[in-house]
Design a protein around this ligand. Sequence first.
Ligand code: HEC
Ligand code: HEC
Ligand code: HEC
Ligand code: HEC
Length: 416
Amino acid sequence: MRRLLSLTALAVMLAVCPAADPPARPGYVGVGGCAASGCHGGGDRVGVAGSEFTTWATADPHHKAYAVLLTEAGQRMTRLYRRNPAADAGTDAACLACHAPQASTDISLRTDGVGCEACHGPAQNWRTTHYLNDWRNLDSAAKAKQGFIPTRDLTGRIQACVECHVGKPGMEVDHDLIAAGHPRLTFEYAAYHDIYPKHWVEPAGANFAVKSWAVGQVITASAQTRLIAEHARSKRGPELADLNCYSCHRGLTGEATDTTTRPPGALSANDWAFAGLASVGELGGAFAPPSPVDAQPLLNLVGQPGSKPADVEQAAAKLQTALDKWAAELDKVPAADIAGARNVFTRLADTRATNWDRAAQTYLAMTALHRSLPASPGRQASLGRVRDTLRFPHGINSPAGFSLNAFHSAMKGVAP
Ligand code: HEC
Ligand code: HEC
Ligand code: HEC
Ligand code: HEC
């Protein structure tokens, strides 16, 4: 009721003084507000301008994001997570936050799943103006003030993805949710961009892959750092998802994790989100960080039982500042330097991975770099053989059976 009243008050305020500053958190209008045939619901060819809604509704996994909550798997997760046999994923705010963000404005919009505004920003303040000339003349900052997310900038775009694909304080896939059956989030922008059924044509040239990989690594690391800081601040005890999954869950064959670099039984930090940073820096030139970026001090503290939360917070704040500065610079890099990309590709082919996470990040980096290098069917096929060693067994949501030996022998065969 309070929410209803405040929304009404807001509408009145806007009607009386249309020139007032937009509200701090504009509302969602829902996909129905974008779908008219003269707007984004025209045409039927995927990726053609004007057919964005059609593409989303027929090919985009986000349009099913609410429906997956209602599946047997989604409901079971929620019951286990809430330890309540009557819990319902379809109304649980923790699930809707990422699976149907529009529900925060109006619960009836939840069936949209992850709608247009999840990535383009809540449209209450710009829906009726964003096709006018005045709007086109605004810069990204002015549009952002209205709630519009500048998705054309890689940083703005990837910041939108990581809210759900990495999480943010109060909205995350923690170890309790993973143990209840939710997939662990392992986001890497270039790979997700590649498999995403896009409703636009990317204007960037061949170097897009390497640049989007670089920006994605830095923004993903920043989002993870923010979560780690929040866990330290809330002092609710260690969040197991901040720790390396394999320090507790491991195959017993001895082939899945490298025990030569740390004592058996020692914990370590979950470094999925940080594993690629050094390689981005090695691209050199305009890709190098403006000030040194070293995630290790934070990761050491996270992996060390008994670290003081205040120390974790401090190390996280320092890293976050450096990462955010770096991301802002990376968005301005005009084009990747192919020689730099080739050097990093060659070096990665020689890297010894220590577990599935490190191996997968190495593979994903090489794939992004490969797309920016001159085409080579031999290289493509050899990377496919590396990917086969990383696949999860059918029907199992973890890399059970992963072998570092198999990964490294496939890597030896990667064509330059
Ligand atoms: C921080 C955001 C976030 C939260 C919170 C969240 N999810 Fe998800 N969920 C995701 C993302 C992202 C994916 C897709 C993962 C991928 O493929 O990378 C996903 C996937 C799923 C899937 C599909 C699994 C599959 O294997 O296809 C189900 C079911 C699901 N979530 C249920 C839930 C339920 C139930 C809740 C609440 C208890 C919940 N989620 C909370 C982000 C979230
Ligand atoms: C998962 C995130 C996501 C969702 C969901 C999404 N978009 Fe997009 N959209 C993007 C990105 C990223 C781009 C490419 C960058 C750009 O051009 O802004 C884009 C591009 C566009 C463009 C082209 C802009 C241009 O300059 O060519 C339009 C129009 C658009 N989206 C409309 C929609 C509509 C309508 C929906 C819902 C039916 C929607 N989008 C859903 C992320 C998303
Ligand atoms: C509001 C939260 C949200 C945002 C923002 C978001 N996603 Fe998603 N994404 C999800 C959820 C939830 C799923 C799982 C949907 C399902 O299982 O049907 C998903 C699924 C996906 C998948 C399919 C993954 C798979 O395993 O098949 C891709 C690809 C993807 N998202 C890419 C992106 C990209 C790229 C962006 C940013 C441009 C983005 N998403 C922004 C929530 C989000
Ligand atoms: C500090 C140790 C520790 C770390 C680190 C850890 N877990 Fe767990 N995990 C546990 C324990 C303990 C359980 C409960 C086992 C039980 O009930 O049998 C568990 C349960 C689970 C389960 C449910 C298993 C089942 O059979 O029901 C999954 C899935 C899981 N963890 C995945 C992960 C993932 C993915 C990561 C990394 C992001 C991770 N864990 C990190 C200790 C850990």
